[in-house]
Ligand binder design. Structure first.
Ligand SMILES: O=c1ccn([C@@H]2O[C@H](COP(=O)(O)OP(=O)(O)O[C@H]3O[C@H](CO)[C@@H](O)[C@H](O)[C@H]3O)[C@@H](O)[C@H]2O)c(=O)[nH]1
Ligand SMILES: [Mn+2]
Length: 744
């Protein structure tokens, strides 16, 4: 291997950003110290609460400032890859896809993801694609089987014309990005044929989804699905394509369907459990040293992505220190102007790119290439004591479980010499063994090996454990972007997703992989730890956010004040104005619209107070052992359904998640009314323009909720929610008025 540099990390110039961020930080510190000083002469409850919340926000700002401080960008030189490693010697890559529910995740979406993976530009005999189906659905298997037939036409077509979008669904919805602008008649003809074939495929899959009993007879290939219940069935593993043994490079990659065993009395650990089963099955069948992990909706957008990732892994420097290569989540069907703030574009550009300049980006659960040995728990060679490089047989078994065959292959992967491709027919039985419910008992799976258990944010937990062992990670941001997925459609699914994240993240924060522990006892770098806190604090953030939002309402109701007085009120206003102007500039600078900024900004108020708040509460309840975690899978929709004009409108349901927001809104409305009609008792230190403006600001942010109060059908907040919120608001008003009665 020649020592050719295959990627570079360039620090971005961000002097202006640093100046503004620091200026805001200094002003925040000044405000806090002013508050502290005035407490000696004038101490009130609202001011004290204001001080506590502002301290939290200042700490949070410091975290953001530190994380954004040294942003970096990674460039990969995939044209030089062959100079370091001849094409024939490129490492094998196992492609791991998870799907869990044929209704919320329509099989046609998973099929497109799989097709786009099978058509990757990489020697095909080096690729094996494993699809985990936690739904244990014959429809998913049927869809994959049909897709494998279509793939025989589709993959050669993509390669012949070098098309960029290799998921047919994406290709046919955007033909302009095909091979060239002046398509040859041959291309046009082939294209028409593909379109016809794809149409047949999607009709078949749609029909099977609609009427599974009629289309799929549970016999022959499908016999295994007989009597299989979603949560109660034996392991089903089916080799769909395995034609490419001789190492010819013109066939299709291997394709394997895996539905791990599930029994009601055994915990299945959601996606982390599925990933671990896939890791073992793929470890047995192909044991590639690298694994790509994608959710079922993340379609390949750049067919050269594996080569780009390999540039990082095979680079002389990256080879020693990079554990995983992460491409950001981006969405192909995102709504215009991101009305629900779920596309996270600005966050990736500023915060995640900031991490790129530190120990590396978070592992985001999808679009990520891993080294198998790292997933098996290895630390970087540089810090590994000599004797730990090899594990004894007993250690191996304790770690990886009782399957002799798997343990042997795991040891090879651990020692970095796992290139043998083995024949599936000999290992299908062992594959079933390693995907049984009981296989993990008494082993290190879910604790030190594989995807870690205990939180719904298994990705952060797993990523943290890797960083704390001293590994780096790297972003991979080729042009065009690597993958695109489906963004959650409406407010309800966004909120459900955010709630799940908040509770999962809180459990990571307070669990054994906490970044605080990683900093003290592991090799997590200080600023990387701060970066993790930016994310893991999401759940906790809800409490100061709600408290701070309630303060102006409380002050209007009780005619008191929580804002600093005189000149200091100006400092407060200046922080607010500069922060917002700067944040607008940040959005515009990366080509986002003003509207997107406002939508995201508004969601930064709405999401914490509703979804994150409920998420933290449920996280706390779970940690106390009162309830088990429930994972609602995010709804994935085929792009056609998002063209509807009402797509950006807020819709509500009966969920308790909308109660806090509605209550806050009602409180502010009552506060403002009270101020207007001057029902409040006069007092010297009464609320003034400051409180009124703050209150108006909250109402403006919650405007969609205000519309929801009067909206119809799904666009209206349900009566039960309004009733609960009105009751809470009433109690709050009574409490506020009684609190002044006692102080007067
Ligand atoms: O029991 C389960 C539950 C989920 N999944 C799969 O996990 C993936 C992610 O689930 P989804 O409902 O799409 O979650 P998102 O909120 O979109 O996921 C984001 O956040 C998760 C962590 O909360 C990460 O695991 C994901 O990779 C990341 O995309 C999907 O492919 C599912 O099929 C399973 O395989 N088994
Ligand atoms: Mn998803």
């Amino acid at each position: 291997m020649e020592d050719v540099q295959l990627y570079e990390r360039i620090r971005l110039k961000c002097t202006f950003q640093r100046l503004i961020d620091s200026f805001i930080f200094i002003l925040l510190l000044l405000l806090l110290s002013h508050r502290l000083i005035t407490f000696s002469t004038h101490f009130t409850l609202p001011c004290f609460l204001g001080f506590l919340c502002e301290s939290w926000f200042t700490f949070n700002w410091f975290i953001i400032l530190s994380t954004k401080w040294a942003r970096a960008r990674v460039n990969t030189f995939h044209h030089s890859l062959s100079q370091r490693v001849p094409m024939a010697e490129l490492p094998a890559v196992d492609l791991l896809v998870t799907t869990a529910d044929p209704v919320r995740e329509p099989p046609i979406i998973a099929v497109n993801t799989v097709l786009s993976l099978l058509a990757l530009d990489y020697p095909t005999h080096k690729l094996a694609c494993y699809v985990s189906d936690d739904g244990c659905s014959p429809v998913t298997f049927y869809a994959l089987l049909e897709a494998s037939r279509f793939a025989k036409l589709w993959v050669p077509f993509c390669k012949k014309y070098n098309v960029q979008l290799r998921a047919p669904l994406r290709f046919f919805s955007d033909e302009s990005t095909g091979a060239n602008s002046q398509p040859s008649p041959e291309f046009t003809q082939d294209c028409l044929r593909m379109k016809e074939e794809y149409k047949k495929l999607s009709c078949k899959i749609e029909e099977a989804s609609r009427e599974p009993e009629r289309i799929i007879k549970l016999e022959g290939e499908f016999g295994a699905f007989m009597n299989a219940k979603r949560r109660n069935h034996k392991a089903i593993i089916k080799v769909i394509i395995w034609e490419n043994e001789a190492g010819q490079s013109d066939g299709l990659p291997h394709l394997i369907y895996v539905s791990r065993e599930k029994r009601p009395q055994h915990p299945h650990h959601h996606k982390a459990g599925a990933m671990n089963a896939l890791t073992r099955v793929s470890g047995l069948m192909s044991n590639a040293p690298y694994m790509l992990n994608v959710d079922c909706d993340m379609m390949v957008n750049n067919p050269k992505i594996v080569e780009h990732a390999m540039c990082i892994f095979l680079d002389p420097k990256g080879y020693k220190e990079v554990a995983f290569v992460q491409s950001f989540q981006q969405f192909h069907d995102g709504l215009k102007d991101d009305p629900f703030g779920n596309q996270l574009v600005a966050a990736s550009v500023y915060v995640l790119a900031g991490l790129a300049g530190l120990q590396g980006p978070f592992y985001c659960g999808t679009n990520c290439f891993h080294r198998r040995k790292v997933i098996y728990g290895r630390s970087p060679d540089a810090i590994l004591p000599e004797n730990q490089e090899k594990l004894s047989n007993r250690e191996l078994e304790q770690r990886f479980g009782s399957s002799k065959e798997f343990v042997k292959l795991a040891a090879q992967a651990w020692e970095d010499n796992s290139s043998d491709v083995i024949n599936p027919s000999t290992s299908l039985e062992s594959a079933i063994e390693v995907s049984s419910c009981e296989y993990e008992y008494g082993t290190a799976w879910g604790k030190q090996v594989g995807w870690l258990y205990g939180s719904l944010a298994e990705d952060q937990q797993t990523g943290l454990s890797i960083h704390r062992r001293g590994w780096r990670s790297e972003c991979c941001m080729p042009e065009p972007i690597a993958f695109t997925g489906c963004a959650p459609g409406g407010l309800i699914s966004t909120m459900a997703q955010q709630k799940r994240w908040a509770s999962g993240l809180l459990r990571v924060l307070l669990g054994p992989q906490s970044p605080y522990l990683g900093l003290l006892f592991g090799k997590l770098q200080f600023r990387q730890c701060l970066g993790y806190l930016w994310l893991l604090h999401w759940g906790l953030h809800a409490f100061p956010e709600i408290c701070y939002a309630a303060l102006p309402a409380y002050c209007l109701l009780t005619n008191s004040t929580f804002l600093p007085k005189g000149r200091w009120l100006w400092v407060f206003a200046i922080v607010f104005v500069i922060y917002n102007i700067y944040s607008v500039i940040e959005y515009l600078a990366i080509g986002l619209s003003l509207r997107t900024w406002w939508n995201n900004h508004r969601m930064r108020r709405i999401t914490p107070m509703n979804a994150w708040f409920m998420g933290s509460l449920s996280g706390i309840v779970e940690m106390l052992g009162i309830s088990n975690s429930v994972l609602d899978i995010t709804q994935k929709e085929a792009p056609s359904s998002s063209s509807d004009t009402d797509a950006g409108r807020f819709s509500f349901d009966e969920s308790a998640m909308f109660v806090p927001g509605t209550t806050i809104l009602l409180l502010h409305l009552s506060g403002l009314v009270m101020k207007l009609v001057r029902l409040d008792p006069a007092s010297e230190n009464g609320s003034g323009v400051g409180e009124v403006l703050c209150s108006v600001y909250v109402v403006v942010c919650f405007w969609p909720f205000l519309k929801g109060l009067f909206g119809k059908a799904q666009y209206g907040i349900p009566m039960s929610t309004i009733f609960k919120s009105a009751l809470l608001a009433f109690l709050f008003v009574q409490f506020s008025r009684s609190s002044i009665a006692t102080t007067n």
